[in-house]
Design a protein around this ligand. Structure first.
Ligand code: ADP
Ligand code: MG
Length: 730
C-alpha cells in the first residue's frame, strides 16, 4: 500500500486528537518561562538588577563583574525550573533560528564536577559558524563568528519533550564586526529611528526622550495531517507542492473562513498557545483563514525587536508542537497552487515615552500637526524607497504570492483612506498660497473626530494595498508568511529615520529664514505631499487597470526576486544604510549575495524534486494505468468487439502517451537548463537564469501535464496525496 493510502487509512480509522489540558487562565502561566525584569528583581542583587535595567532602558553597557552576577542569577532561576543546558539563540540569515546547546555542567581543574554559567558565557559565544551564510564576509580561513547577548530581549526557556534549555537571545556578528544575522541591523535601525523621531517630536513636545517602533504581526499558516504531508516529497523538501490538481471543492464556498475551527486543529492551537504564553508571547486572536486548512494568529503589538523575536519563537513553537498532534504546519507562502497563499501582515506604528501613538490622529491642532508630520513623512519614505520595500519582502516563496490576485501586487503603493486622501488633496491644492498664522483651516483640521467613523467602512477595508493606513498604524501587508519580520522592519524604520532627519533639516532651514515653527512644518509637509503623490493609491490593487496606471505613474513593478534584490545595492541604498549606521557597503553586498544564493537554492531544490517526482511517481503511475487500459482494449478486441466499443480506452491510452512524452522530454530539458545555470559564475546572473531559464521556462508546463494526468489516471494508482485529502481531511 502506498504511503498515501496508509495515511488516509490511519486518518479515518484512528482518532488522532491529542488531549490538551490547557490552563484555565492565561495570566497563570504568562511569561513563566521568561527572565522578566520582575524575575530579575527576585534573582539578582541590587547592583546587577540596576545595571541590567539601565542597559535595557538606555543601552548602557554592562561590565564584566556585573555580567557574572547576572549570569549567576539567570542560572539560579533556570535551574529552579529544571534547566540543565543553555544556548545562545540567534536568527541567522537562513531564515530559521539557531541554537547550540551547552551544558551548565563543567569539571574544575581537580576533577570536581560543578554547574557553572559565568558572565563570559552569557555575553559572548563562538559557535562553529562556518555553515551559516555570510555572503563572503568571512574569508574561509577566518570562519569565526560571535554571538553577543542582546540585553533588550529577555532570556527564555524552551521545553522540548522533557528537556529544558535556557535561551540567551543574541546578535550574530563576524570576527571583524559585520552583522551576519537579522537582529543586529534591526537594533541599529531602531536606534536610528529613535534618534530622528525624538528630534522631530521635540518640535511639538519637549518631554519626549524616546520613540519606540511597535510591531503587531499577523501570522497565516496551513495545518495538515503529518502522515499525508510526509507522503509528499515536495512538501517535505520544499515546503510547497510542485504538483497537484485543484480539488472539486476548493475555497469557493468560503465555508472554512466562517466555519468553526476543526477540533483536532483547535487542540493543537491551544497547545502551542500555552507554549507561547509561557514564553511571554501575547497571542490574542486565532481564526480560520480563507483557504481550507488555513489559519491565522496575532498577538498584541510590542516593541519591534521583541515582536520580531516573538514571531521567530512562535514559528518554532508551532512546528514543534504540531508534531505532538501528528500535524504539520506549513509556513510557506504558497503551499498549494490555486489556493490562497499565506502572508504575515506587519502592523507598524511609533510610540513616544510620553504615551502618544504618533500615527493616531490627535485631538488638538498641535497633536494633529504632529500626526500629520509623521503620517506624511512615512508616505514620503515609502515613495522614495519603494524599491527597498519591495526588496525587503522578496523571496522565492513570496514571488508566488505577490500579484497573484490574493495578495498585494509587487507594486508598492500606499493606501490612506478617503478622508485622509482628501486632507492631503486640500494641502496640495494650496501650493503657491502662503500659510500664515491665521490659517486655521489647516492647523485645525478636525482629524480626530472625523476619522473614527470612517475607519469602519473605509480605511480598514482595502485589503489589496501592500501598505495601508488602518486608523492608528500602517499595515505592511506584502510580507511573506515564512519571512523573518526583521528584514521588513529594518528597511521601514531606516527609511523613516532618514526621511525624518531630512525633514528636520528642511524645517530648521525655514525657521532660520524667519518662518514660525508651525508654518515651516506645514510648508515642508506640503512639499512632501506634492513630491510623494504618485505612491498614493486608493483603488483595487488586484486590478489590471492598476498595473497600467502604476506604469504610467512610473512606479516600479518588479515581479521576481533576483531583480527585486537589485535595490539593496544601489548607491542610494548604500548611502541610506551607511549614513544611518545600519549596514556598511560590504554588509549590504554580502546580504545581497546571500539572498540571491537563497533564491538559487530554493529553485534548484524545487527543480530537482519536480524531476524526481515526475520520473518516480507520476510517469510510473500513468504507465501502469495505461497498461491496464491497454489490456482491456486487447481483451475487447479478442472478444471480437468492433473498434467503436473501445474508443474511450484508445483516447485514454493515447492521451497518456502524449503527456508522458512531454513530461519526460521537459524534465530532461529542465536538467540541462539547470546544468547551464549552475555553470554561471556571477550570482546575480545565475539567479536570473534560475528564474527565467529554469523556473519560468519549465515549472508551469511540466505541472500542467502532471495535473492533467492526475485527473485521468485511476485514483488507486496515484501515490501522492491529493489536494482534497491534504486540505479537507483531518
Ligand atoms: P486585521 O485582521 O483587520 O488586520 P487584526 O486584529 O487581526 O486586524 O490585527 C491587528 C494587528 O494590529 C494586531 O496584530 C495588533 O497587535 C496590531 N496593532 C494594533 N495597534 C498597533 C500599533 N499601535 N502598533 C503596531 N501594531 C498594532
Ligand atoms: Mg491585517
Amino acid at each position: 500500500m502506498s504511503l498515501r493510502f496508509q495515511a488516509i487509512n490511519d486518518l479515518t480509522s484512528e482518532t488522532k486528537e491529542v488531549e490538551v489540558t490547557g490552563p484555565s487562565k492565561i495570566t497563570a502561566i504568562f511569561g513563566s518561562n521568561v527572565f522578566t525584569l520582575k524575575t530579575a528583581r527576585e534573582f539578582l542583587s541590587d547592583e546587577a538588577y540596576k545595571s541590567l535595567n539601565a542597559s535595557i532602558k538606555g543601552s548602557k553597557k554592562i561590565d564584566r563583574a556585573v555580567a557574572n552576577q547576572i549570569a549567576n542569577g539567570i542560572r539560579a532561576w533556570a535551574e529552579s525550573k529544571g534547566v540543565t543546558h543553555y544556548t545562545h539563540w540567534f536568527q541567522p540569515l537562513t531564515g530559521t533560528t539557531a541554537e547550540k546547546h551547552d551544558s551548565f555542567f563543567t569539571l574544575k581543574g581537580d576533577g570536581t564536577a560543578i554547574e557553572e554559567f559565568d558572565g563570559a558565557a552569557l555575553i559572548q559565544q563562538e559557535p562553529d559558524a562556518s555553515s551559516f551564510p555570510n555572503g563572503g564576509l568571512r574569508a574561509t580561513f577566518e570562519a569565526r563568528g560571535y554571538t553577543a547577548w542582546d540585553p533588550n530581549s529577555p532570556a527564555f526557556i524552551i521545553e522540548i519533550g522533557q528537556g529544558k534549555t535556557l535561551c540567551i537571545p543574541t546578535i550574530f556578528i563576524s570576527y571583524t564586526g559585520e552583522s551576519l544575522d537579522y537582529k543586529a541591523p534591526l537594533l541599529k535601525a531602531l536606534e536610528a529611528l529613535n534618534k530622528s523621531a525624538v528630534e522631530v517630536c521635540n518640535y511639538f513636545d519637549k518631554n519626549v526622550t524616546k520613540v519606540t517602533a511597535t510591531l503587531g504581526w499577523e501570522q497565516e499558516y496551513f495545518v495538515i495531517d503529518e502522515a499525508l504531508a510526509n507522503a509528499r516529497p515536495d512538501l517535505v523538501q520544499c515546503g510547497r507542492t510542485v504538483f497537484g490538481a485543484s480539488p472539486a471543492k476548493g475555497q469557493q464556498l468560503e465555508d472554512h473562513y466562517f466555519g468553526a475551527i476543526p477540533e483536532r486543529v483547535y487542540a493543537f492551537m491551544r497547545d502551542y498557545e500555552a507554549e507561547c504564553y509561557k514564553l511571554g508571547i501575547p497571542l490574542r486572536t486565532r481564526h480560520n483563514e480563507v483557504a481550507p486548512a488555513q489559519f491565522e494568529c496575532a498577538p498584541i503589538f510590542e516593541e519591534v525587536n521583541i515582536a520580531v523575536d516573538h514571531n521567530s519563537m512562535l514559528m518554532d513553537a508551532m512546528s514543534r508542537v504540531a508534531k505532538r498532534h501528528k500535524l504539520k504546519v506549513l509556513l510557506h507562502e504558497k503551499p498549494f497552487a490555486g489556493i490562497n497563499g499565506s502572508g504575515k501582515h506587519n502592523n507598524w506604528s511609533l510610540a513616544t515615552d510620553t504615551g502618544v501613538n504618533l500615527l493616531a490622529p490627535g485631538k488638538t491642532p498641535k497633536t494633529n500637526l504632529m500626526f500629520l508630520t509623521f503620517f506624511v513623512n512615512i508616505i514620503k519614505a515609502v515613495h522614495d524607497y519603494s524599491d527597498l520595500m519591495r526588496s525587503a519582502i522578496a523571496s522565492a516563496g513570496n514571488d508566488h504570492r505577490l500579484g497573484a490576485n490574493e495578495a498585494p501586487p509587487a507594486i508598492i503603493s500606499v493606501f490612506v483612506g478617503q478622508y485622509l486622501a482628501k486632507v492631503l488633496n486640500d494641502i496640495e491644492s494650496r501650493v503657491g498660497e502662503k500659510f500664515d498664522e491665521q490659517d486655521e483651516a489647516i492647523l485645525k483640521l478636525d482629524l480626530h473626530r472625523s476619522i473614527p467613523e470612517l475607519l469602519l467602512d473605509n480605511t480598514d477595508r482595502n485589503r489589496t494595498s501592500p501598505f495601508a493606513f488602518t486608523g492608528n498604524k500602517f499595515e505592511f501587508r506584502a510580507v511573506g508568511s515564512a519571512a523573518n519580520c526583521a528584514n521588513a522592519m529594518t528597511v521601514l524604520n531606516t527609511i523613516m529615520a532618514d526621511t525624518l532627519k531630512a525633514f528636520k533639516k528642511e524645517v530648521d532651514g525655514l525657521i532660520e529664514k524667519g518662518d514660525k515653527k508651525e508654518i515651516a512644518i506645514m510648508h515642508v509637509i506640503q512639499k512632501y505631499v506634492v513630491h510623494s503623490k504618485k505612491v498614493l493609491f486608493e483603488g483595487d490593487g488586484y486590478s489590471e487597470e492598476w498595473h497600467h496606471e502604476a506604469e504610467r505613474r512610473g512606479l516600479p513593478n518588479v515581479r521576481t526576486t533576483p531583480l527585486a534584490l537589485d535595490a539593496m545595492v544601489t548607491d542610494k541604498a548604500k548611502h541610506l544604510f551607511e549614513s544611518n549606521n545600519v549596514y556598511t557597503h560590504s554588509e549590504l553586498e554580502a546580504r545581497h549575495e546571500i539572498e540571491l544564493e537563497k533564491y538559487i537554492k530554493k529553485v534548484q531544490i524545487e527543480a530537482r524534486v519536480m524531476g524526481d517526482l515526475a520520473l518516480n511517481h507520476i510517469i510510473p503511475a500513468a504507465l501502469k494505468y495505461q497498461q491496464e487500459v491497454a489490456s482491456n482494449i486487447a481483451a475487447l478486441k479478442a472478444a471480437g468487439l468492433a473498434d467503436s466499443a473501445y474508443t474511450a480506452q484508445l483516447a485514454i491510452v493515447k492521451e497518456i502517451s502524449e503527456r508522458v512524452q512531454i513530461i519526460y522530454t521537459k524534465v530532461h530539458e529542465l536538467v540541462e537548463a539547470r546544468k547551464i545555470a549552475n555553470n554561471i559564475e556571477n550570482t546575480r546572473t545565475k539567479a536570473i537564469a534560475y528564474e527565467s531559464q529554469v523556473k519560468a521556462a519549465f515549472f508551469d508546463d511540466i505541472r500542467y501535464q502532471v495535473d492533467k494526468l492526475e485527473h485521468l489516471v485511476s485514483d488507486d494508482l496515484w501515490t501522492l496525496p491529493k489536494y482534497r485529502e491534504m486540505l479537507l481531511l483531518r
